[in-house]
Structure formats: C-alpha cells, structure tokens
Design a protein around this ligand. Structure first.
Ligand SMILES: NC(=O)c1ccc[n+]([C@@H]2O[C@H](COP(=O)([O-])OP(=O)(O)OC[C@H]3O[C@@H](n4cnc5c(N)ncnc54)[C@H](O)[C@@H]3O)[C@@H](O)[C@H]2O)c1
Ligand SMILES: O=CCCC(=O)O
Length: 477
C-alpha cells in the first residue's frame, strides 16, 4: 500500500509491466514495479525536442527560471516521504538515510534556484582607451547526464538544477537499478513548470548504447557522468570525437588518517559515519584507515565496538541503521575482497552485527593488520568494510595516502593546527575533511582530481560547469 502511494508520483506511462525492467528491492528480492525502457530512437527524439525547447527557456529571465526551480524544490519537500520510500525500496538504504538524501538532493535545487540570478559576466579593465573588454556567461546548450544507483536522487538534482538554472536543457539516464525515484523527480519538475521536453528522464533499454548516443549526437554539447572510473574513461574517449564538454564524477579510494593527537571519540564517530553510511556504497566513503601507532589499538577496539552496534536490516524497518548492498553480485565482490585480505594476513576484529540471511546483505567488518599492497587497500571496496593500516609518522601517512590513481576525498583527524594545514595542502585530493567524516553539502564544490575525474558540483562552481564564457571586445569607442 505504502509503495502504491509512492509509485503514484510517477506518470502512468513510465510504468510498463509488459516490456519494462523489473525494479527489485535488494532487501528482500521483491518486485517493486516495472519501469518503461526507452530505445535509441526514442532517446534521440528526446534530445532533439530538448534542444528545440532550450532556446525559449534560456530567453526567459533568470528570475523566472529561479521561480520554477524553487517551485520544484517546494514540491519535493511536500513529497519527501514518498520519495524517501521509493529510494529505500529500490536502493535498500535505511529510511532515515533516504530522508536525509531527499533533503540533500532538494538543497541543490534550492541553491541553484538562487544561483540562477547570479550568473554575472565581467567588465575587464581595458588594454586600450578606445576599446572595452567584457565577458558574457551563456548556457552550454543541451546536456546529457548519466547517474549511478547509490544516491538515486541527489546525483540527479546536482546536475539538473544547475543545468536548468544556467538555461540549458538536459536528458538524464538513471541507473538500471534505481529508475523510480528519478522518474518521480521528473514528474515533480514538470508539475512545477519545467517544460516537459526540456528535462527528461530516460531509463534505457541499452545503457552503453545510450551512452554512445550521448557521445555522438551533435546536439548534445555536454555530458555529465557520475559512476565508476572504468565507465567514465569509456565516455571520455568516445566524447573526444566531438570534443564535448565533460564533467566526470568517478570512483575514489579515500584515506581516513588518524594521528596520535586526534580526539578519539570524534575520530570513531567520523569513521562510522564516513565508512558505513549507505552500507559503504558512497564514492567519498573512507576506504582505508591509516592510524598512527600510538593510537592504533585504541582506535581499532573502539571502532569494532561501535560497528558491532549497527543494526543491519531491511531499511524499511525503523530500527535499521544499515541496509543491504545493491545486489548479490556486490555481496560476492565484497566478501571476496575480505576473504582475500584475510588470506594475505589481515585479521577480523571484534564481533560483528549480524545480517539477515535473505536479501543482498553483507555484515559490517573491521580488519586490522592490513598493508598498502593488499587489494582491499587499493581498490574501491564499495561495501561495509573498514581496513586498518598502521603508520609511524606524518610523512609515511602522506606517502601512502597519495599513492593511488584516485583523488576524490580524504579525511584527517588531528588536533595540531599546523599539521592540519600541511595535510590539507599535501593531500592530492579534490576534497579534504578535517576532524569530520561527512563533508557533502550543496554550498561546497564536490569533485575529484586524478582518476576520480574533474568538474565540480554544488557551490557557484557547479553553475559554471553548465555555462560558457564568451569574451567580447567592443572597439571604435
Ligand atoms: N564522484 C562522485 O561524485 C560519485 C558519486 C556516486 C558514485 N560514484 C561512483 O559510481 C560507482 C558506483 O556506481 P555504478 O556501479 O552505478 O557505476 P557504473 O559506472 O557501473 O554506472 C554508472 C552509470 O553508467 C551507466 N553505464 C554503465 N555502462 C555504461 C556505458 N558503457 N556507457 C554509458 N553508460 C554506462 C550505468 O547504467 C549507470 O547509469 C562507484 O565507482 C562510485 O565511486 C562517484
Ligand atoms: O556517492 C557519492 C556522492 C555522495 C555524496 O554526495 O555525499
């Protein structure tokens, strides 16, 4: 019944039990609904209609676009419970986390409704008395976005809101596992006054083919991709054919560094929030814990005790603090990494919270005795496992932390202000959390360096990602 009221947010034509994809609840394997899938011809038509719609949208005043975005934000807030329920059902995350994601995702729409009115150009002091130098900021045009399943709502709003604020049109292909919250967002946007063809959500019959279409259709001027580094590289290579503008928000291998002088309570609370949020399936999750020798044993003991308190259960149950992984394949991959680490000498610490037998659950795990060479310390785990490595001094911590092709987020826990600055400056990452395990907010620029990608989402930089800077010279004055 509850699911029916949440599914009521979707347009009936986006649900299709004959030919659509079955959306499965990872907590119990149950079927939630069938989402209609679009083929390449239909997605091509959407791109062309979006491109036709964008000129009228861009010609409207910034205030007008801002008001429509604000109305979309208000509708999301009004329907927060249904959206959270859809997300819990299709992604498995506990309801409390799904509610937090609705707030977080909506905050990008509110933020960019305000930023829409501040897309200022510049008048630059001229190099000649009879000439003036200025810049205009203009929308990049029709955009395409490809999004993952781990944050099915927020990964969409932080692309669509700045695109619409800038005056662009945008087509979003959501992850195959989580089309429902994306489709609900689309309905609410249209109800708020976003023109129907300007923003479309298109679950695709063939995701790689849809990606190819975005990379090769001449009307698509920009692609914003959030997902794995592996697929990001494919898109980057294909988009090179038309030199398309790109934002790539890719995978990470975040170090979480605890120094001897850290506040231990803060470090353990930060570790729990950073590593076990969304069952460890977060791109900015702490992926490896580097802990200085003097605090190592106390940290491991306290972390293991806190992890044993996690309530692993179907996210729909109010007592659940950790839900399932997205599917059985993910469970197999994560348990394989844990088994291999133990074979290589890592030790499982503490009792573990138990996980339900049915559904795609994986119990949370703390591993000590991990070394930088082990696969568990060099790959993105994307699961509820905390591998702990011991280090002796700051130089060693920095060397291990930077010794990775990834560069998304890093965390340090230290009360020494000078060390905080040395580490903030020395870490080769797009984002650094100091004495805090949760860094995500719409007001800050979210994004990586190295193989974690480029482009920034949130903040004023997030709007700039959807605008071109045009330099104009006025002579003969
Ligand atoms: N940096 C960030 O902001 C950020 C945020 C969330 C997730 N992620 C990353 O996403 C990954 C987990 O998400 P995932 O498993 O959905 O990633 P994924 O790369 O498998 O899929 C992401 C999206 O790409 C689509 N896709 C898959 N193959 C494609 C292809 N060949 N061409 C075009 N599209 C294709 C998928 O259908 C999905 O919509 C992790 O690596 C995580 O770190 C990064
Ligand atoms: O998974 C990556 C995005 C999570 C976040 O925005 O905090």
């Amino acid at each position: 019944m509850m699911a029916d009221s949440a599914l009521g947010l979707l347009r009936p034509d986006t649900l299709d039990s004959q030919d659509g994809i079955g959306v499965i609840n990872p907590a119990d394997g149950g079927l939630i609904a069938h989402a209609r899938l679009y083929d390449i011809g239909e997605i091509t038509a959407m791109i062309e209609a979006a491109d036709a719609a964008r000129h009228g949208w861009a010609a409207r005043t910034a205030k007008d676009r801002s008001d429509v975005l604000r109305a979309w934000y208000d509708l999301i807030v009004d329907h927060a419970e249904e959206l959270a329920l859809l997300m819990t059902l299709e992604s498995g995350k506990p309801l409390a986390e799904a509610r937090a994601e609705v707030k977080y995702g909506a905050a990008f729409i509110e933020w960019f409704s305000e930023e829409a009115r501040r897309a200022y150009g510049e008048v630059i002091p001229s190099f000649a008395t009879d000439k003036r130098v200025l810049t205009l900021r203009q929308p990049v045009g029709t955009c395409a976005a490809i999004t993952p399943w781990n944050f099915p709502l927020a990964m969409i709003t932080r692309k669509v809101a700045p695109a619409l604020a800038a005056g662009c049109s945008i087509i979003v292909k959501p992850a195959d596992a989580t089309p429902l919250s994306a489709l609900a967002l689309e309905t609410l946007a249209h109800r708020a006054g976003v023109p129907d063809t300007l923003f479309r959500v298109t679950p695709a019959r063939n995701s790689p083919a849809a990606g190819d279409l975005f990379c090769t259709h001449p009307l698509v001027r920009k692609i914003s991709f959030t997902g794995s580094t592996e697929v990001g590289k494919v898109i980057m290579a294909k988009a090179a054919g038309q030199v398309k503008r790109l934002s790539l928000e890719l995978g990470g291998n975040a170090p979480f560094i605890v120094f001897d002088d850290a506040d231990l309570d803060r470090a353990v609370a930060g570790a729990l929030a950073s590593r076990f949020r969304n069952a460890g399936q977060t791109c900015v999750c702490a992926n490896r814990f580097l802990v200085q020798a003097g605090i190592h044993d106390a940290f491991v003991e306290r972390l293991a005790a806190a992890v044993a308190q996690l309530r692993v259960d179907n996210g729909i149950n109010a007592s659940s603090t950790m839900g399932p992984l997205i599917d059985d394949r993910a469970v197999k991959r994560v348990s394989g990494l844990v088994a291999r680490a133990i074979e290589e000498g890592a030790v499982r610490v503490g009792g573990s919270a138990t996980a339900p037998e049915a559904g795609s659950f994986h119990a949370p795990v703390v591993l000590a005795g991990v070394t930088a060479e082990m696969a568990i310390a060099s790959q993105e785990i994307f699961g509820p496992v905390a591998p702990v490595l011991r280090f002796e001094d700051e130089a060693e911590a920095l060397r291990i932390a930077n010794d990775t092709p990834f560069g998304l987020a890093a965390y340090i826990f230290t009360t020494d202000a000078a060390r905080q600055w040395r580490m903030m400056e020395g870490l080769e990452y797009g984002m650094v959390g100091v004495n805090d395990g949760l860094i995500s907010t719409e007001v800050a620029p979210f994004g990586g360096v190295k193989e974690s990608g480029f482009g920034r989402e949130g903040s004023s930089h997030g709007l700039a990602d959807y605008m071109n800077v045009k330099y104009c010279l006025v002579g003969g004055l």
